[in-house]
Ligand binder design. Structure first.
Ligand code: FES
Ligand code: FES
Length: 155
Protein backbone atom coordinates (compact mmCIF):
# COMPACT_ATOMS: atom_id res chain seq x y z
CA UNK A 1 0.00 0.00 0.00
CA UNK A 2 1.11 3.54 -0.69
CA UNK A 3 0.05 6.63 1.22
CA UNK A 4 -1.30 9.53 -0.84
CA UNK A 5 -2.57 12.97 0.08
CA UNK A 6 -4.93 14.68 -2.32
CA UNK A 7 -7.36 17.57 -2.26
CA UNK A 8 -10.71 16.58 -3.75
CA UNK A 9 -13.55 19.05 -4.19
CA UNK A 10 -11.92 21.36 -1.65
CA UNK A 11 -11.24 18.78 1.10
CA UNK A 12 -7.92 17.10 1.90
CA UNK A 13 -7.68 13.33 2.14
CA UNK A 14 -4.78 11.08 3.15
CA UNK A 15 -5.31 7.43 2.32
CA UNK A 16 -3.53 4.16 1.77
CA UNK A 17 -4.02 2.83 -1.77
CA UNK A 18 -2.77 -0.13 -3.75
CA UNK A 19 -0.20 1.10 -6.30
CA UNK A 20 -2.41 -0.34 -9.07
CA UNK A 21 -5.61 1.47 -7.95
CA UNK A 22 -7.04 3.65 -10.70
CA UNK A 23 -7.88 7.22 -9.75
CA UNK A 24 -11.54 6.67 -10.70
CA UNK A 25 -11.78 3.66 -8.37
CA UNK A 26 -10.17 5.63 -5.53
CA UNK A 27 -12.61 8.52 -6.04
CA UNK A 28 -15.68 6.29 -6.18
CA UNK A 29 -14.85 3.50 -3.76
CA UNK A 30 -12.69 5.17 -1.11
CA UNK A 31 -14.08 8.70 -1.19
CA UNK A 32 -17.65 7.88 -2.25
CA UNK A 33 -17.50 10.35 -5.17
CA UNK A 34 -19.91 8.30 -7.25
CA UNK A 35 -20.88 11.31 -9.36
CA UNK A 36 -17.81 10.39 -11.42
CA UNK A 37 -18.86 7.34 -13.40
CA UNK A 38 -17.16 4.54 -15.30
CA UNK A 39 -18.28 3.80 -18.83
CA UNK A 40 -15.42 1.75 -20.23
CA UNK A 41 -12.39 1.69 -17.91
CA UNK A 42 -10.14 1.91 -20.96
CA UNK A 43 -9.87 5.63 -21.73
CA UNK A 44 -12.40 5.60 -24.57
CA UNK A 45 -15.67 7.09 -23.34
CA UNK A 46 -14.73 10.11 -21.20
CA UNK A 47 -17.48 9.53 -18.63
CA UNK A 48 -14.87 9.46 -15.84
CA UNK A 49 -13.43 12.91 -16.68
CA UNK A 50 -12.36 15.05 -13.72
CA UNK A 51 -10.04 18.04 -13.36
CA UNK A 52 -6.51 17.49 -12.08
CA UNK A 53 -4.99 20.83 -11.11
CA UNK A 54 -7.64 22.52 -13.22
CA UNK A 55 -7.25 20.48 -16.43
CA UNK A 56 -9.45 17.63 -17.57
CA UNK A 57 -8.16 14.07 -17.33
CA UNK A 58 -9.81 10.70 -17.76
CA UNK A 59 -9.59 9.34 -14.24
CA UNK A 60 -9.54 5.72 -15.47
CA UNK A 61 -6.30 6.53 -17.29
CA UNK A 62 -4.42 7.59 -14.16
CA UNK A 63 -3.34 5.75 -11.06
CA UNK A 64 -4.40 7.16 -7.72
CA UNK A 65 -0.71 7.40 -6.74
CA UNK A 66 -0.15 9.75 -9.70
CA UNK A 67 -2.60 12.19 -8.11
CA UNK A 68 -0.58 12.35 -4.89
CA UNK A 69 -0.03 15.99 -3.93
CA UNK A 70 -2.48 17.24 -6.53
CA UNK A 71 -5.88 18.88 -6.52
CA UNK A 72 -8.88 17.17 -8.09
CA UNK A 73 -12.30 18.56 -8.88
CA UNK A 74 -15.15 16.21 -9.68
CA UNK A 75 -18.65 16.97 -10.88
CA UNK A 76 -19.64 16.99 -7.20
CA UNK A 77 -17.35 19.95 -6.50
CA UNK A 78 -18.74 22.32 -9.15
CA UNK A 79 -21.82 23.74 -7.45
CA UNK A 80 -21.23 26.46 -4.89
CA UNK A 81 -23.68 27.31 -2.12
CA UNK A 82 -26.39 25.30 -3.80
CA UNK A 83 -25.92 27.12 -7.12
CA UNK A 84 -25.14 25.03 -10.16
CA UNK A 85 -21.97 25.87 -12.09
CA UNK A 86 -22.93 27.83 -15.24
CA UNK A 87 -22.02 24.81 -17.39
CA UNK A 88 -24.31 22.56 -15.32
CA UNK A 89 -27.05 25.17 -15.64
CA UNK A 90 -26.55 25.39 -19.41
CA UNK A 91 -26.80 21.59 -19.78
CA UNK A 92 -30.01 21.69 -17.74
CA UNK A 93 -31.57 24.56 -19.68
CA UNK A 94 -30.64 23.21 -23.10
CA UNK A 95 -31.79 19.62 -22.49
CA UNK A 96 -28.25 18.43 -23.11
CA UNK A 97 -28.82 15.03 -21.50
CA UNK A 98 -31.08 12.06 -21.71
CA UNK A 99 -29.90 9.10 -19.61
CA UNK A 100 -27.27 11.38 -18.05
CA UNK A 101 -24.51 8.80 -17.93
CA UNK A 102 -22.06 10.81 -20.04
CA UNK A 103 -23.05 14.11 -18.41
CA UNK A 104 -20.53 14.42 -15.54
CA UNK A 105 -17.61 13.80 -17.87
CA UNK A 106 -19.13 15.89 -20.64
CA UNK A 107 -19.52 18.88 -18.29
CA UNK A 108 -16.00 18.57 -16.89
CA UNK A 109 -14.57 18.37 -20.41
CA UNK A 110 -16.68 21.31 -21.62
CA UNK A 111 -15.41 23.52 -18.80
CA UNK A 112 -11.85 22.63 -19.78
CA UNK A 113 -12.68 23.43 -23.40
CA UNK A 114 -13.87 26.95 -22.52
CA UNK A 115 -10.78 27.52 -20.36
CA UNK A 116 -8.72 27.09 -23.55
CA UNK A 117 -11.16 28.75 -25.92
CA UNK A 118 -13.78 31.02 -24.32
CA UNK A 119 -15.50 31.66 -27.65
CA UNK A 120 -15.55 28.37 -29.55
CA UNK A 121 -17.27 27.70 -32.86
CA UNK A 122 -19.55 24.66 -33.12
CA UNK A 123 -16.67 22.82 -34.80
CA UNK A 124 -14.35 23.77 -31.95
CA UNK A 125 -16.90 22.42 -29.46
CA UNK A 126 -17.35 19.15 -31.35
CA UNK A 127 -13.59 18.78 -31.60
CA UNK A 128 -13.16 19.65 -27.90
CA UNK A 129 -15.58 16.96 -26.73
CA UNK A 130 -14.54 14.30 -29.23
CA UNK A 131 -13.09 12.16 -26.43
CA UNK A 132 -16.46 12.02 -24.67
CA UNK A 133 -19.06 9.65 -26.03
CA UNK A 134 -22.82 10.07 -25.72
CA UNK A 135 -25.07 7.27 -26.90
CA UNK A 136 -28.34 9.20 -26.43
CA UNK A 137 -28.46 12.81 -27.51
CA UNK A 138 -26.87 12.98 -30.94
CA UNK A 139 -24.67 15.73 -29.43
CA UNK A 140 -26.77 18.57 -30.88
CA UNK A 141 -28.03 19.89 -27.55
CA UNK A 142 -24.68 19.32 -25.88
CA UNK A 143 -23.07 21.64 -28.44
CA UNK A 144 -25.91 24.10 -27.89
CA UNK A 145 -25.38 24.01 -24.12
CA UNK A 146 -21.64 24.63 -24.41
CA UNK A 147 -22.34 27.49 -26.82
CA UNK A 148 -24.84 28.97 -24.35
CA UNK A 149 -22.40 28.61 -21.46
CA UNK A 150 -19.71 30.35 -23.51
CA UNK A 151 -22.09 33.18 -24.41
CA UNK A 152 -22.85 33.56 -20.71
CA UNK A 153 -19.17 33.81 -19.88
CA UNK A 154 -18.91 30.40 -18.17
CA UNK A 155 -15.41 29.08 -17.67
S1 FES B 1 -14.39 5.19 -18.00
FE1 FES B 1 -12.67 6.47 -18.34
S2 FES B 1 -12.73 6.90 -20.43
FE2 FES B 1 -14.38 5.49 -20.14
S1 FES C 1 -27.17 11.32 -22.23
FE1 FES C 1 -27.07 9.14 -22.28
S2 FES C 1 -25.01 8.76 -22.83
FE2 FES C 1 -25.18 10.91 -23.01
Amino acid sequence: MTRITVKVDGSSFTDEVEPRTLLVHYLREQLGKTGTVIGCDTGNCGSCTVHLDGRSVKSCSLLAVQADGHEITTIEGLATNGQLHPMQQAFHENHALQCGYCTPGMIMQSIDLLADNPNPSDDDIRHGIEGNLCRCTGYQNIVKAVRAAAAGGAQ
